[in-house]
Write a protein of this length. Structure first.
Length: 139
């Protein structure tokens, strides 16, 4: 039953927001990969893109590995791409919240903003994974 609910939510998500958010992250990833120095930002963008296209049944957890490089990467990411992508989440959440069925999807969209703004030091895991119960950052 849980699988069916997750499948239905993911299909509705894909139609209402997933594809457009996915394309935004892919474009950001391609632009970041143009320069060798920014390839880690491109990889982070592609990782988030795979999460936002099919988010239900998976979650983002904190890896617990904090570093100065990761913090600097998060600051640079936020200034260059994070806030634009977060704005995309807010706009699609507003569009989803217009209907009663879309309200849970809009809420899930808003909960994606922290990983959108600061992706370094986070990991996407299956909801049933033991790591998902350790240090949750967004559900």
């Amino acid at each position: 039953m849980r699988f069916l609910i997750t499948l239905i939510l993911n299909l509705i998500w894909l139609v209402t927001a997933g594809w457009s958010l996915f394309l935004g992250y892919v474009v950001a990833g391609i632009l970041a990969c143009i320069f060798i120095v920014t390839i880690p930002f491109g990889l982070a963008s592609f990782r988030i893109a795979l999460f936002v296209i099919w988010p239900f049944g998976r979650e983002v957890v904190d890896t617990g590995r904090r570093s100065a490089v990761g913090t600097l990467g998060n600051v640079i990411w936020f200034v260059i791409a994070g806030w634009w992508l977060a704005l995309g989440h807010v706009l699609t959440a507003i569009a989803q919240a217009v209907t009663i069925i879309g309200i849970p999807l809009a809420w899930a969209n808003i909960k994606l903003i922290p990983v959108t703004c600061f992706p370094f030091g986070k990991e996407v895991v299956d909801s049933g994974d033991s790591r998902s119960r350790m240090v949750p950052t967004a559900r």
